[in-house]
Design a protein around this ligand. Structure first.
Ligand code: SAM
Length: 226
């Protein structure tokens, strides 16, 4: 059974797509999608040998080796030019996701949609998407095993989206919809930032600029939770 988190990620994969799942680990996601969509095809990319072997085992055990191609390599280097329409990057930090995207920009000219599920630092991912020609068309949240995850969908669309600093932090769609998990996450983040500010103020050489950034974010959180 696929985790609720990956099931949500899968729900944004277009029907019959040829997609890449980079950092696929066990390749659970591409196998699930291909088992539910007979015309879907996938490339599962992994940089580490252990997960690469696990991915191959999962694919073989489902008899999907003709539709899920498991490849060993760093980031988007496993892709040939114009090979996929859709890219999934889930379960990694936002900074790693954007580094992988930056390093492989020449491989993704055919990509129409990016589905990202950063474990942390969602803001970085939103910033990358909207500065690199992708419009954030959908966002959702899911709580699993005590963690709240955000899923961000970017589509290559004409017209440029402009996002405010606040939208980059909270997510333009999440800010509008404010699902239940949104309140839970940001109440937690509020408390966390409060603690950090207190610690920073106690430091032997406090950094007023950093403190100001956190204080500004505290005000924003107060506003959105209001
Ligand atoms: N995507 C799966 C999920 O969401 O459950 C697995 C997430 S797992 C925490 C992250 C995976 O990304 C690991 O298996 C790791 O080996 C892989 N990874 C990390 N850096 C990578 C890179 N530069 N290129 C490809 N895979 C990478």
């Amino acid at each position: 059974k696929l985790s609720g988190r990956l099931e949500k990620v899968a729900s944004f994969i277009t029907k019959d797509a040829t997609f890449a799942d980079i950092g696929s680990d066990h390749a659970y996601l591409p196998c699930y999608v291909c088992l539910h969509d007979e015309y879907a095809r996938a490339i599962a990319g992994e940089v580490n040998e252990g997960p690469f072997q696990s991915a191959k085992d999962t694919v073989d055990s489902h008899g999907l080796s003709d539709r899920v191609d498991v490849r060993l390599g760093n980031g988007l280097q496993v892709l040939h030019e114009d090979e996929v329409q859709l890219l999934v990057m889930a379960g990694m930090g936002g900074a790693l996701i954007t580094t992988i995207l930056d390093e492989g920009k020449d491989r993704i000219s055919s990509v129409e949609r990016i589905v990202a599920q950063p474990n942390i630092d969602e803001r970085t991912v939103r910033h990358w998407l909207y500065t690199c020609g992708f419009t954030i068309t959908n966002e959702t949240m899911i709580e699993e095993n005590g963690h709240i995850y955000e899923i961000i969908v970017g589509d290559k669309e004409s017209g440029t989206q402009t996002l405010t600093e606040k939208e980059l932090l909270f997510g333009p769609h999440l800010l509008e919809q404010k699902p239940l998990q949104f309140y839970k996450k940001w109440e937690h983040e509020y408390a966390k930032r409060n603690r950090i500010i207190k610690q920073m103020k106690k430091a032997s050489v406090p950094d007023p600029e950093k403190i100001a950034v956190f204080e500004k974010e505290l005000t924003w959180i107060e506003e959105v939770l209001d």
